[in-house]
Write a protein that binds this ligand. Structure first.
Ligand code: NAD
Ligand code: ZN
Length: 358
């Protein structure tokens, strides 16, 4: 069995205070030890999700750990494991996702609704996450990564990929139908375009600016609607579908409230509006009359369970998911958050924990 030399200390990005847009502090902290049911993963790459920015700013009515190491799209190598872990070996490749652990015995876990477990542990939120070189994951929940997968490229699949794949499942669409992806030029959006295409869906990408338009088209979008310039977004989205009937589903990934209200106006009758993005303090509002007589299905979708994780990774392994991403050193995380806050990131950033500055 391979043995790894585990250092006492490691580099990490630590959020030390909440409110506003505080920069996480890049510093050395101790390497944690796994409990009997946990593994220690040497994180090589971690995707940077907008959820990490929400956590940094304290956007949501959900308490988080403080000080906090954020991050929940971490891919790396298992370097240590607890005494109860029998189905993962040291040296295996594995990923840490948002759902770090769940009890596996409550009514929700038994149904496969693990993200709804009242005892769920959330990586980079209620437990330290992947913006560090060594992170802990509950063995039952870490994603198993075949060794031939590129660890940088698979990192965004661990949240963005799983989440949009699950959202598409929840939309109950099937091959040949139309789906609007709102926020298509962002991290989740770029993967949603790829998963939708792999499933055989036609996509209408909605986002802002010409660069994101070009990017969405390159990922297979059949049409692009620019929310920053469109005079009538509802009409444009409908016009991009056969007969102008509107898309069979809308996958909402935007980080503003506005599009959440608009989606029910252009979704096709009997279609689904799937809410995934979580703008701070946002509410959903839709006319009851239209919702009833057009039989509109409005629902939420929250990450995915262990089977969704396996399936999302399997699409990637088969070469069907090729969303481009940018790599930056872990030390540059604060700059990435600033760009994300300004909405200027096209696709996903992945931080490399070994590319150290200075
Ligand atoms: P991102 O910043 O990479 O992308 C967001 C995109 O939305 C950007 O491209 C931005 O230009 C676009 N946008 C903003 N306003 C818009 C508008 N009015 N119309 C259309 N597009 C608009 O963010 P991300 O990492 O893709 O995350 C997106 C959201 O999904 C965040 O709120 C995040 O917390 C949430 N999320 C939810 C889950 C879940 O399980 N439900 C999982 C992961 C992330
Ligand atoms: Zn995420």
């Amino acid at each position: 069995m391979t043995q790894f030399v585990i250092p006492q200390e490691q580099w990490a990005q630590v959020v030390e205070k909440s409110g506003g847009l505080p920069a996480p502090v890049y510093k050395k902290i101790p390497v944690p030890n796994p409990d009997p049911d946990e593994v220690l993963i040497n994180i090589k790459y971690s995707g940077v999700c907008h959820t990490d920015l929400h956590a940094l700013k304290g956007d949501w009515p959900l308490d988080r750990k403080m000080p906090l190491v954020g991050g929940h799209e971490g891919a790396g190598i298992v370097v240590a494991k607890g005494s109860l872990v029998t189905d993962i070996e040291i040296g295996d490749h594995a990923g840490i996702k948002w759902l770090n652990g769940s009890c596996l015995s409550c009514a929700f876990c038994m149904e496969g609704d693990e993200p709804l477990c009242p005892h769920a542990l959330l990586s980079g939120y209620t437990v330290d996450g992947t913006f560090q070189q060594y992170a802990i994951g509950k063995a039952a929940h870490v994603a198993r990564l075949p060794k031939d997968l590129d660890l940088a490229a698979v990192a965004p699949v661990l949240c963005a990929g799983i989440t949009v794949y699950k959202g598409l499942k929840e939309s109950n669409t099937r091959a040949g139908q139309y789906v609007a992806i709102v926020g298509a030029g962002g991290g989740l959006g770029s993967l949603a375009l790829q998963y939708a295409k792999a499933i055989g869906l036609h996509t209408i990408a909605i986002d802002g600016g010409a660069e994101k338009g070009k990017f969405c088209k390159s990922l297979g979008a059949a049409a692009y609607v620019d929310f920053t310039t469109s005079k009538d977004l509802v009409a444009e989205v409908k016009a991009a579908t056969p007969g102008g009937l509107g898309p069979h589903a809308v996958i909402l990934l935007a980080v503003q409230e506005g599009p959440f209200q608009q989606a029910t106006e252009y979704v096709r009758s009997h279609g689904a509006v799937v809410c995934i993005g979580m703008p701070a303090g946002a509410y959903l509002k839709a006319p009851v009359f239209d919702t009833v007589v057009r039989m509109i299905n409005i629902k939420g979708s929250y990450v995915g369970n262990r089977l969704d994780t396996y399936e999302a990774i399997e699409f990637f392994r088969q070469g069907l998911i090729q969303a481009p991403f940018k790599i930056a050193p872990l030390s540059e995380l604060p700059e990435i958050f600033k760009k994300m806050d300004a909405g200027t990131i096209v696709g996903r950033y992945v931080v490399d924990t070994n590319m150290l500055r200075g």
